[in-house]
Design a protein around this ligand. Structure first.
Ligand SMILES: Cc1cc2nc3c(=O)[nH]c(=O)nc-3n(C[C@H](O)[C@H](O)[C@H](O)COP(=O)(O)OP(=O)(O)OC[C@H]3O[C@@H](n4cnc5c(N)ncnc54)[C@H](O)[C@@H]3O)c2cc1C
Length: 429
């Protein structure tokens, strides 16, 4: 039987950050990844807020081959009507100053870069190895079981993603409820660089991100589109419960989104080169399971660490941030010779003082806010029909702004509910 001081399960952003932080602290680390290579099994829309890379790895942007595609200079919030689109398009030159606010990434490249950092710090990475179970003795985790092999470890850091079998087996969580999960599809659509830059008004490595509401229509969910160097990352995320209740097929919904007249123009002449689907945590703070036990820590999506407040979809920075803290706590515990839950419990304390639990706590009501159906049917339609009427001139009398608004709200939402929802947004997002 082999033995390591820290064993990390999963080679996504959480696992590689944990392995890097623990190895950097000077302990012996093994990371096991089930994919044939790191990054081969992971799915993400691909917008990464870079503060975590800067804090953990320093000047990542100045490396010869940095792990990102484009830095984002424009953030666009789009509301789609049946045959219309309204965009709030925010551009700021300061987004173009390193370390950049956010970057678009392709996971295969990002995950390899993160794993390489862990390796350079001294961690050993083994791919093509699926962990089947935890090795336990009197409730204490002593390592893992993979096939017929057992590997012992002082601390096991579980970073096996949203489907985390290990936290379930350990009884740290029950089955996630459908209302707390999103089902997401992500496509990569190739487009020649020149055409892409011309179409999206980009120069150099500038990029743009779009978040859309209104497609799918009337169902909890949204869509995204990010620019890479020579491709677009496009996807749809649907709340699982809504998708089941409305009998929706996510691939059909994605095709419907792509055939919207505005989206069709953005992706015209593109070639679909990649298709993937995965679950995403949408339950916020309420879905966070128990995070530590004797010889055991949980980080990343396995811990439900994802925040989607409509403006920012954040899972990768939460994964790196929590993985880092888990790695540091694991290494510290190993060095003190006490890897019981008494010492590993410092993990939650540090998370509470980091952006991970602070931000999840700050936006703890976002899942409730986004359960409001008016966000997906009434408002995108009203915004579009209201502006359509405001911009249309035909010699008739449309009245003042308030009467146009009232007319367009009719049958969709009351003025009272609009004001109430705006107030809820202001307080919760
Ligand atoms: C459609 C979609 C779009 C998204 N868009 C964004 C976005 O734009 N920005 C953002 O920040 N976040 C986004 N997210 C969320 C983000 O992808 C996740 O939060 C993030 O990947 C979590 O990282 P992780 O390391 O915890 O888990 P993962 O990235 O899922 O990595 C888990 C790793 O563990 C491995 N593994 C699993 N089980 C085992 C096992 N038993 N043994 C060994 N290895 C195992 C897997 O192969 C995988 O490599 C999106 C998610 C989806 C589904």
């Amino acid at each position: 039987m082999e033995r390591f001081q820290v064993l990390v399960v999963g080679g996504g952003p959480a696992g590689s950050a944990a392995a890097y932080a623990a190895a950097k602290a000077g302990v012996q680390v093994l990371l096991l990844e089930r994919g044939h290579e790191v990054g081969s099994k992971t799915v993400s829309g691909g917008l990464l807020y870079t503060h975590v890379l800067r804090d953990l790895y320093g000047d990542f942007w100045a490396e010869e081959d940095p792990p990102f595609e484009r830095w984002i200079s424009r953030y666009v919030l789009g509301f789609l009507g049946d045959s219309s689109a309204t965009l709030v398009d925010h551009y700021n030159t300061s987004f173009g100053e390193p370390p950049y606010n956010s970057v678009s990434v392709l996971r295969n490249k990002l995950d390899k870069w993160l794993a390489q950092k862990a390796q350079e710090a001294g961690a050993m990475i083994v791919t093509g190895t699926r962990v089947d179970d935890l090795l336990e003795e009197n409730g204490r985790v002593k390592g893992i079981i993979s096939g017929g092999d057992q590997i012992e470890a002082d601390v096991t850091v579980v970073c096996d993603g949203i489907n985390s079998l290990l936290t379930k087996k350990k009884g740290f969580r029950s089955e996630w409820a459908g209302s707390t999960l999103g089902i997401g599809v992500k496509q990569v659509i190739e487009l020649p660089t020149g055409k892409l830059e011309e179409r999206f008004l980009l120069s150099g490595l500038e990029g743009v991100e779009y978040t859309f509401l209104g497609r799918p229509k009337g169902v909890e969910g949204g869509a995204f589109l990010y620019t890479n160097k020579q491709s677009l990352s496009l996807g749809v995320i649907l709340n699982m419960q809504s998708a089941v209740e409305n009998n929706l097929d996510i691939s059909m919904v994605t095709e419907d989104f792509k055939s919207h007249p505005f989206i069709e123009k953005l992706i015209a002449e593109g070639t679909l080169v990649e298709y993937s689907a995965c679950l995403v945590a949408e339950g916020g703070l309420d879905m966070v399971p128990r995070l530590f036990g004797d010889g055991f820590l949980v980080a990343g999506s396995a811990a439900g660490f994802v925040l989607n407040n409509g403006f920012n979809l954040r899972g990768m920075d939460f994964a790196v941030g929590s993985g880092r803290i888990a790695g540091e706590v694991a290494a510290k515990a190993v060095k003190t010779g006490d890897t019981s839950s008494r010492v590993l419990g410092e993990y939650t304390h540090l998370l509470e003082n980091s952006f991970v639990l602070k931000h999840l706590r700050r936006y703890k009501n976002y899942p409730k806010f986004f359960a409001n159906r008016r966000l997906y049917d009434a408002y995108p339609e009203v915004i579009n029909s209201f502006l359509h009427e405001m911009y249309s001139v035909d010699g008739g009398d449309r009245g003042h702004l308030l009467s146009v608004l009232r007319r367009n709200l009719e049958g969709k939402a009351s003025l009272y509910s609009l004001i109430k929802d705006a107030w809820d947004a202001a307080r919760n997002l």
